[in-house]
Ligand binder design. Structure first.
Ligand SMILES: [Zn+2]
Length: 649
């Protein structure tokens, strides 16, 4: 039977592969976990193929590896789908997870299934509530009311990072400003450490480091102190920040200034709309000219209030022309630090999330709920927060005075769950005898999209440091080596009739389904093509010719091992052995340095061609070469290699 006819059998044999039992000393290869969508897409396939290849290589080298998987199971899309289909988000989520698990098996990903974690399971967020309580008591989480970005479609608060050009990152709706009481992680407290720590992340891509550096924006410089209407304001001046002063709308100064300036009051009323996003700052319509200015070294600096900023104020190099009608003089100046990083608002006014363990008592005010708060998972949501309407959830007993009180109906941002899931995998793998967190855990290889450079990857670093300060972990950073994968694109015909390349998306109609290609060419050919098309960090165009080429190669390999080899024998045994040795060295080198897997696949193909045309005289040498080749092929094409090994070696 040919390779193609035998793929079902190869699949069945592969499923008999034994489970992994690593020792306590292991290499930890973690792909960013998926959101449970209906079926896996090529982006998933690429992400998990990369970690699968790393895992296979390390295991080939005799290393003990854990390759986990889980699901980022809370969040808005599940809730929106639930509203649309009138079923519980739990049902939608569990269905999708079951489908994705079967997709992963079809792909031949060698995950350690015992690690499989779902963030919507009570045992997962139980620990998160514990961290919330500790953080709140330690002042790492605090409550405050402030203007926030509010998405009028999803009816939820968005973080600055979730606002893109004034629109909600998911709905695309114009974001509006609203003042609300919410819970925040005090990230500013960790800003300097997060900033300085970037220097130690030697195995991270430089562009990610640069993006985080800009985002955290930690600087030292000079502060100028002013007194305006009996309000003291301290304005930071960094290097070259040399044109005007801007003050955030949430600054204490603004409240009193409002009462003293009718023009500003009117302007404020007219500008209800618009986000609080950092990215939208400096647009003229969001800036109010106070007419005030200050003079430093003969240079005039006008003072503006910025609708899009929070409570910071500083000099900026942005060019703005002011009215310059009234000068104010600095009382003094001093050296200090400036932090661009915002505190992390984790309150979400939505149902499908981990409940925030806080109680509001008429007598005691905000009280920490000392009991585990389980989310009722049967609710069918409507627009707004279904928890608020669920009396059995909302009514509770005050932890402090014992009287009847109400729970906080907010749930936590899903980025909280994705900040520590890699710890829970380990708990599931080894059992909980370490406690929920195994102290030494760090990720050796972390693979995911570059779009997570600032949000997820800063939150994860921050959360790790919080865990460290509560004595759960013994290290400063969670991730040793980071690999950011490029996009999977596909050519399509645009409106002008031109063929162009773009990331696969529904709207462009240039999506190809992994399942179709698995069916046609097998998952090995798909995995191999994905790795052959480009180095992991670069984008590439998906094309059928590439995958067909990989399939043909695997078919050739299959024939070599199971049929008579009729190729002309032109190479000596020595030459073949030498090429095998070179190939192995090349593998070690790429995995140590550049991770250009595509060159390794070329190497495999060249080596195979040579082996096929080798005039073997010594049967031991032949056995050795064939054995080595199949072991290295297994890194990229696990199923067929396992089948050949089982039948021949
Ligand atoms: Zn009370």
């Amino acid at each position: 039977m040919s390779y193609k006819e035998n793929t079902k059998e190869i699949d069945i044999v592969y499923q008999s592969k034994e489970n992994n039992t690593p020792s306590q000393e292991f290499i930890y290869v973690v792909p960013m976990f998926p959101y449970p969508s209906e079926n896996i897409h090529m982006g998933h396939v690429r992400n998990y193929t990369i970690t699968n290849v790393i895992t296979n290589y390390l295991r080939l080298k005799g290393k003990s590896v854990i390759h986990p998987i889980g699901f980022d199971a809370f969040g808005l899309p599940a809730e929106n789908a639930a509203i649309k289909h009138q079923k519980s988000p739990n049902e939608w989520t569990e269905n999708n997870i079951a489908k994705m698990k079967s997709n992963f098996t079809d792909m031949g990903f060698d995950f350690d299934w015992s690690t499989c974690t779902q963030t919507n399971h009570p045992d997962y967020y139980r620990f998160e509530q514990e961290i919330f309580r500790k953080s709140y008591k330690a002042g790492v989480i605090y409550k405050k009311s402030q203007y926030v970005n509010f998405d009028p479609v999803d009816k939820t608060v968005l973080s600055n990072e979730q606002v893109i050009n004034g629109k909600g990152w998911r709905t695309g709706a114009d974001v509006i400003r609203k003042k609300m009481p919410m819970y925040f992680f005090n990230m500013k407290k960790y800003a300097k450490e997060l900033y300085d720590g970037l220097n130690d992340l030697k195995k991270w891509p430089k562009d990610v480091i640069e993006m985080q550096r800009k985002w955290i924006n930690y600087q030292t410089g000079e502060y100028f102190r002013y007194d305006i209407n009996d309000n003291q304001i301290d304005v930071f001046k960094g290097k070259n920040e040399d044109n005007c002063i801007i003050i955030g709308i949430n600054h204490a100064f603004v409240e009193t200034y409002k009462n003293n300036d009718m023009d500003f009051q009117n302007w404020l009323n007219e500008n209800e709309k618009g986000s609080v996003s950092q990215k939208d700052s400096f647009k003229k319509e969001t800036m109010f000219d106070t007419g005030l200015y200050t003079l430093i070294n003969q240079k005039k600096y006008p003072i503006f209030i910025d609708m899009n900023m929070e409570d910071e104020c500083y000099f900026t190099k942005r060019k703005m022309t002011g009215m310059f009608s009234k000068e104010i003089k600095a009382i003094n100046s001093y050296q200090g630090e400036f932090i661009g990083l915002k505190d992390w608002c984790i309150s979400r006014q939505r149902y499908w999330g981990a409940p925030i363990p806080m109680i509001n008592c008429q007598d005691c005010g905000d009280v920490v709920d000392e009991n585990f708060v389980e989310l009722p998972n049967h609710l069918i949501p409507d627009v707004g927060n279904a928890l608020e309407k669920e009396k059995s959830f909302m009514k509770c007993v005050c932890s402090s005075c014992g009287k009847e009180a109400f729970r906080c109906s907010d749930t936590m941002d899903t980025f909280v769950q994705s900040s520590w899931y890699y710890h829970y995998y380990i708990t599931k793998f080894f059992g909980a005898h370490h406690g929920i967190i195994k102290k030494e855990t760090q990720i050796d290889y972390y693979v995911g999209g570059i779009e997570h450079a600032t949000m997820h990857l800063i939150y994860t670093r921050f959360f790790h440091k919080v865990l460290r300060d509560f004595n759960y972990v013994s290290t400063d950073e969670p991730i040793k080596k980071l690999i950011t994968q490029g996009m999977v694109c596909k050519k399509y015909i645009n409106q002008e009739g031109k063929q162009v390349s773009a990331k696969m998306s529904k709207s462009l109609g240039n999506i190809v389904e992994p399942a179709d290609y698995i069916e046609k060419y097998g998952s090995d050919a798909l995995q191999m093509f994905i790795m052959f098309a480009a180095p992991p960090n670069q984008s590439f165009d998906f094309d059928d010719a590439g995958i067909i080429g990989c399939h043909r190669f695997l078919d050739d390999v299959y024939r070599y091992y199971f049929e008579e080899n009729k190729a002309e024998k032109i190479y000596s045994e020595d030459k073949c052995q030498e090429t095998m040795k070179k190939m192995q060295i090349e593998f070690d080198k790429e995995f140590e340095t550049r991770f250009n897997m595509n060159t390794l696949i070329s190497k495999l193909m060249i080596t195979f061609k040579m082996m096929k045309k080798t005039n073997f005289i010594n049967q031991n040498i032949k056995y050795d070469c064939e054995n080595i080749f199949i072991k290295y092929l297994e890194v990229f094409a696990p199923k067929i290699s396992f089948f050949i090994k089982k039948n021949i070696f």
